[in-house]
Ligand binder design. Sequence first.
Ligand SMILES: C[N+](C)(C)CCCC[C@H](N)C(=O)O
Ligand SMILES: O=C(O)CCC(=O)C(=O)O
Length: 484
Amino acid sequence: MTKWIRSAQILNKSYTCQHIQSKFLTLGGSVSQHFYYTLSYKSADPHLLTRSRLHTYLTVRFKWWSINSGTFFRGSDTIGPYISLWSSTSAGHNLIKACPSRHSHTQQQSQFSVVCNDECVQVSFADRTLKIPLIWLRDHCRSEKFYNHNTHQKIPQSGLSELDLSPAEICLVDNNSAVSITWKDGHVSKFNLDWLANNFYPGKLVSQSKRQYWNNEIVLEEGLQTVSYNDHMTYDDGLKKSLTNLVKFGFCIIEETPVSQSATQAVAERISYVLQTVFGQMWTFTSDASRSDTAYTTQYLGAHTDNTYLSSPAGVQVFHCLKHNGSGGETLLVDGFKALDILRSVDQAAFKVLASVVIPHEYKEQASGNHPGYHLYNLSPVVTLHPISGEYISLRFNPYDRAPLNTLSLHDMTTFYSAYDKLSKIISNKENELRIKLNPGTILLIDNWRVLHGRSSFDGTRVVCGCYLPRDEWISKARLMGLL
Ligand SMILES: C[N+](C)(C)CCCC[C@H](N)C(=O)O
Ligand SMILES: O=C(O)CCC(=O)C(=O)O
């Protein structure tokens, strides 16, 4: 069992080297003759010491060593802009942060420190600290022995949980931009620190930082961002702007498009292939009651998301109004993630209910003509969150397509209806609703996992075409364009 020397916790106080050495001795450590010490004087971390508080400090060079095994464990003093060392003692966990001796690299480098004990490696950056379990690091080794860089696939290791994963050695390499771990079986794993920051949770909440939640006022203040058909179809920058809007607002508008289903298909296929669903690939609908759905009427449709009865709802819904010679028929849009933010702020318990209970949705249609008949049915939570970051992944909200509720206990039923009603009220609040009249030549693409859509009732002849795009495809396209 490796036990590490631990040092005094140094936070916004001034210490002399003697005090620290005595601290070491009381914690059962021993101090080598090379022991000199410089306190950190530059950091984004408000807890760390600032130059103004520093008086006379010796420079400390230290080596990590294990008391029991007696072997040197080189955590060299070139570790980042400051040095951290700790050990698990009865005194509990203390951590020292200090910048290296004057001989080390400049302070401009990103502020980080790397600390290891026998369970995890702690990487402290200026804005966050990641405690990364050693088993995770071994599992994510990117050496050619355990990872195929041509196929971007792992070469699986078995029995990780039975291995002794306390490292034989750990040190910073590649000009302190990577950490190298030598395992007891002799295998060496190297991890770029930026890669760790980007791939270990609590990870970067990229899409939340790239998303702008909106209500009516915010989105109109921002101004409706549109992209011309020509730009969308001709230039990658045009496509990138469309996808940027889709990521940021959860919808995007393409203008000056030819008024046809084929042009609508071309706009959609610039992003990904078109999904085949019970409504076909490209669909055109009007108020002829030809299908078993309210969309095929002139009635008002409250804001909802589509395909809640599918195990994976369409990622994007595309609408293009080809013709309307009457009144009404405005498209309603609501940012579902803004609505969830509002619910969470006013009633955290209700939010948690909708992120935990599972409810059924269905699509039922009798066989007729060239339709074989359908009964699509799916169980899912109203809200899906990332299990670690808490980031919103999807909102499934369609009061029209809810199937008989048979998934809740009597107690849970009351809390569910109360929570669902609260979310419904937020969604139907006009302050959260954007109304757009889709005229021929304007195509609307909606992130169906985030933004709800509906329409006001209408009269006259109204013909709308569109399609569904798969979630994974458009997200992949946005990721490849650096938008996520
Ligand atoms: C879009 N199109 C008119 C073809 C079909 C509409 C189906 C709507 C269905 N209630 C759902 O939420 O999925
Ligand atoms: O008719 C419209 O504009 C919208 C119809 C709708 O909400 C749907 O097809 O899901």
